[in-house]
Unconditional design. Structure first.
Length: 290
């Protein structure tokens, strides 16, 4: 019996022996771990492949695509792509570890998808929720609602302008892709669209709780960006709430603990002010898009 078949049989036996110590990567992809929680084998029943991590010897019995390793996002993950990637192209992507709204993106095709990869952070398993909005409607389409580690995707339908609301304290990566129409090989770019950019409206620095002055937003789409670092007392809460007078209802823009750098897209022209609640050092910038 050849070496590769021996390794195949040993790996399957190992899978059966340590079945109680498995961790599910996706619905039919299993990671076998040793007592030190190191991944020593991946068994993918979608494409019938076994990847022996420690030995570096790869046996690929598959009918789909080749396994892809991606460790660029700061947390280890092993990604299997069993679809033809030539059918999909990226529209937008985001990474982070806190609640935010994304910028508006345009979907040119009827069928598109939202993919996500999320991992528990230093505070353990938390909620991870993605909601999609299609302006001017304020009714959310809940795309994902999980707790803890998850990697999956959901197919969406309907061309047009959308944005996402991400509610989590976990690390995540989210990718939006559109599906190419049959027979196309390139993305068609819209002609005659004027380019827009971000222009600073206001900014603040500090290390304590405060309310800002009122500022005026001249456009529908604007953003709040922040950069915060732990101070002399270590990791503390960092919360930004936006208010639009005369309403006293806060729109929570950021709610994190410790170091974070991110931004959230806001919508609606008018007069606003921010309430900043923290004992950490921070810098906050408000920009309008025009």
């Amino acid at each position: 019996m050849s070496k590769k078949y021996i390794i195949l049989l040993v790996s399957i036996l190992l899978f059966l022996l340590v079945f109680v110590n498995q961790s599910v990567i996706s619905k039919t992809i299993y990671a076998i771990k040793d007592p030190d929680d190191n991944i020593i084998a991946i068994i993918d029943f979608n494409c019938i492949s076994i990847d022996l991590i420690k030995s570096g010897y790869i046996l690929e019995y598959f009918y789909g695509k080749k396994p892809v390793r991606d460790t660029s996002q700061g947390f280890q993950n092993i990604m299997y792509n069993n679809t033809d990637t030539s059918l999909w192209y990226i529209i937008s992507r985001w990474q982070g570890k806190s609640t935010k709204n994304t910028e508006t993106f345009r979907i040119p095709t009827n069928e598109w998808r939202i993919s996500w990869n999320t991992e528990p952070g230093e505070y353990g398993d938390m909620n991870f929720i993605i909601s999609a909005y299609k302006p001017p409607s304020n009714l959310p389409d809940v795309v994902a609602n999980v707790i803890g580690r998850d990697r999956d995707s959901s197919i969406m339908r309907g061309a047009g302008d959308y944005y996402l609301s991400i509610n989590t304290a976990q690390q995540y990566e989210i990718v939006v892709e559109a599906k190419r129409e049959t027979g196309t090989t390139a993305v068609k770019e819209e002609s005659g669209t004027a380019k827009t950019g971000w222009h600073k409206v206001a900014g603040w620095q500090g290390k304590s709780t405060k309310n800002t002055e009122t500022f005026r937003i001249p456009t529908n789409e604007w953003r709040i960006s922040w950069n915060t670092e732990p101070g002399e007392y270590g990791d503390m809460n960092f919360i930004i709430s936006a208010y639009k007078p005369p309403s006293n209802l806060p729109d929570v823009v950021a709610n994190v603990i410790g170091r974070d750098r991110d931004s959230s897209i806001m919508r609606g022209a008018g007069d606003y002010y921010l309430s900043i609640n923290t004992a950490q050092q921070y810098e906050i910038v408000v920009e309008a898009k025009y």
